[in-house]
Design a binder for this molecule. Structure first.
Ligand SMILES: Cc1ncc(COP(=O)(O)O)c(C=O)c1O
Length: 462
C-alpha cells in the first residue's frame, strides 16, 4: 500500500480529552467476538496503542442499540463501512420516531389542539438540541433544512444574491463536495464573480495552508470550505481558517456534514459565520439538517422560499412582510417527525460522548491504514495519519465498483465512485475510488474483514 506524504499530520486529541468519562466495560468484552481487539494486532505496544481508544466506548452496549447489526449478507455478518454516506440508526431513534407518529404527530405552530402542541414542542425542542450541539448563541440561529445541500443553497440564494457582485471573489478549496462547489460556482456564473481555490497538497495530504493564508489576506467576499472532507481522512483547521478570514472581513461558510455529530463542533469557538450539517450522518433520519448562521446575518437576509409560516402579513395588492429567522427560512410544513428523531439522536450521541466517538473512529481508520499496507497495489488518499474515520483508496488494476460489489458479497458495505467530489478525485488521478468510513458502532475486527475482503478481491480480479 502506498500512502500520502506525512505533511499535514496532526494527532487526534486522544482519550485524555474525553468529554464524557469512559463507561465501564463488561469483563468479557475483551475476548468477545473481536469487539476490542483485531485478530491481527500483534505485540503489547500495538495493543496498548489502540486499547486506550477502544476502551473509551462501551462498544458492546453501543452495538446492542443498532438493529442493523443483526443483518447478514450471504451468511456473513453485515459490516457497515459506508458511514460517510449515511449512518445507521439506534433503536432509541427508531422508537422515538415511532412513538411520535403514534401519539404526538400533527402540523406544527398552527394548531390550537393537543397534538399540534405536542408536535410543536418536539419540533422546537429539536432546535434547542441542535443549538446545544453546535453551541449556538441563540436557538433562532438554527434553521431546519433538508440537509447540508439545502443549507448551502439557502445561503447562496439569499446572502449570496444580496452580497456577491461582479468582480467579487468567492474562495473555495479544491476538496469541496459538489454540494458546496456547485451552488457557489453557479452564483459566480450568474453574477460575474471570480472563483478561486485553495489548493490541496500532493495526494490530498492537507490543504495548502500557506496558500489559504495568502488568498484570505486578499479579502475575498466569501470563503466556503469543508471542515472534514468525505474522501481524504483529514480535518481542516477550521478555527484558524475562520480567524484568517475574519481578519480581512471575509464571510465564512463551513461545511460540517462530516464533522458535526462525529466530534465536538462549537460555532462560537470556530468563529465562523455560517455552518451546515445533516442529521442522517449522525444517527438521525434523512431529510433534515440545519443551517446555523450568525443572527445579525440571518436577520438581514431576504427569504428564499415563499409560502406558509414564513410570512408576517400577506396582501393581494402590496408586498408581504416576513417573519424573523428562523421562521423566515422555513416555508411550508417542515420535517416534523425527522426533527423529533434528530433530537433523540443528539441525546444519544451526547450520552456516548462526541470526543470519544471521534477518537474511536480515528483509531479504527488508523488501524485500517496499518493493515491495508498488506494489500498489494492499494493506494490511500490523504495523510498517513488519519484525522477522521475515513479511508478512500484505489487498487491498481481493480475497478472501484468491482471492489465494492465483491465486498458486498461478503457482507462488507463500501462506497465506490467519485464521492461527489469529481474535480478533487480527478486531481488526485483517480476519478473512481473505494471508501471505507468508520463510526461509533464499528469495531477492530471490521478492519480485519475489510483487509481480508480486499486481499481476496485483488487475488480474484488480477
Ligand atoms: C463533506 C460533505 N458535504 C456535504 C454533503 C451533502 O450532504 P447532504 O447530502 O446530507 O445534503 C456531504 C454528503 O455526503 C458531504 O460528505
Amino acid at each position: 500500500m502506498r500512502i500520502g506524504t506525512p505533511s499535514g499530520r496532526r494527532r487526534s486529541s486522544g482519550a485524555a480529552q474525553l468529554a464524557s468519562p469512559p463507561v465501564a466495560l463488561p469483563t468479557n468484552a475483551f475476548f468477545d467476538g473481536g469487539l476490542l481487539f483485531s485478530s491481527r494486532m500483534t505485540g503489547i505496544g500495538e495493543i496498548s496503542r489502540y486499547i486506550q481508544t477502544f476502551m473509551t466506548l462501551n462498544l458492546p452496549l453501543i452495538r446492542e442499540q443498532f438493529p442493523f447489526l443483526r443483518e447478514t449478507v450471504n451468511g456473513h455478518p453485515l459490516i457497515y463501512l459506508d458511514n460517510a454516506a449515511s449512518s445507521q440508526k439506534p433503536s432509541r431513534v427508531i422508537g422515538r420516531m415511532s412513538r411520535f407518529l403514534e401519539s404526538e404527530y400533527a402540523n406544527v405552530h398552527r394548531g390550537i389542539h393537543l397534538l399540534s402542541e405536542r408536535a410543536t414542542a418536539a419540533y422546537e425542542q429539536a432546535r434547542t438540541k441542535v443549538a446545544g450541539l453546535l453551541n449556538a448563541n441563540r436557538e433562532e440561529e438554527v434553521i431546519f433544512t433538508r440537509g447540508t445541500t439545502e443549507a448551502v443553497n439557502l445561503v447562496v440564494n439569499t446572502w449570496g444574491r444580496e452580497n456577491i457582485k461582479a468582480g467579487d471573489t468567492i474562495l473555495l478549496t479544491e476538496m469541496e463536495h459538489h454540494s458546496v462547489l456547485l451552488p457557489w460556482l453557479q452564483l459566480a456564473r450568474e453574477t460575474g464573480a471570480r472563483v478561486e481555490f485553495v489548493p490541496v497538497l500532493e495526494n490530498g495530504a492537507a490543504l495548502d495552508l500557506d496558500a489559504a493564508k495568502r488568498l484570505l489576506a486578499a479579502g475575498p467576499k466569501l470563503f466556503a470550505f469543508v471542515h472534514v472532507p468525505n474522501t481524504l481522512g483529514l480535518e481542516n483547521p477550521a478555527g484558524e481558517l475562520c480567524r484568517w478570514a475574519a481578519a480581512s472581513g471575509t464571510t465564512t461558510f463551513v461545511d460540517g456534514a462530516q464533522s458535526v455529530g462525529h466530534q465536538p463542533v462549537d460555532v462560537q469557538k470556530l468563529g465562523c459565520d455560517f455552518l451546515a450539517c445533516s442529521a442522517h450522518k449522525m444517527c438521525g433520519p434523512s431529510a433534515i439538517g440545519a443551517l446555523w448562521g450568525r443572527h445579525e446575518l440571518l436577520s438581514a437576509m431576504p427569504p428564499w422560499q415563499y409560502g406558509g409560516e414564513m410570512v408576517d402579513r400577506a396582501f393581494y395588492d402590496k408586498p408581504a412582510t416576513f417573519r424573523e429567522p428562523p421562521a423566515r427560512f422555513e416555508a411550508g410544513t417542515p420535517p416534523i417527525l425527522e426533527a423529533a428523531g434528530w433530537a433523540e439522536a443528539i441525546d444519544f450521541l451526547n450520552a456516548v460522548g462526541l470526543e470519544a466517538i471521534r477518537s474511536h473512529s480515528v483509531a479504527l481508520a488508523n488501524l485500517a491504514m496499518d493493515r491495508l499496507r498488506s494489500v498489494e497495489g492499494l493506494h490511500v488518499f490523504g495523510p498517513a495519519e488519519r484525522q477522521s474515520g475515513i479511508v478512500a483508496f484505489s487498487i491498481e488494476g481493480v475497478h472501484a465498483h468491482d471492489v465494492a460489489f465483491f465486498a458486498n458479497e461478503r457482507g462488507v458495505a463500501l462506497r465506490a465512485g467519485h464521492h461527489c467530489a469529481q474535480p478533487l478525485m480527478r486531481k488526485l488521478g483517480s476519478l473512481s475510488s473505494s471508501r471505507a468510513s468508520f463510526y461509533l458502532y464499528n469495531q477492530p475486527s471490521d478492519v480485519d474483514a475489510l483487509v481480508g475482503v480486499l486481499s481476496e478481491a485483488v487475488a480474484f480480479f488480477r
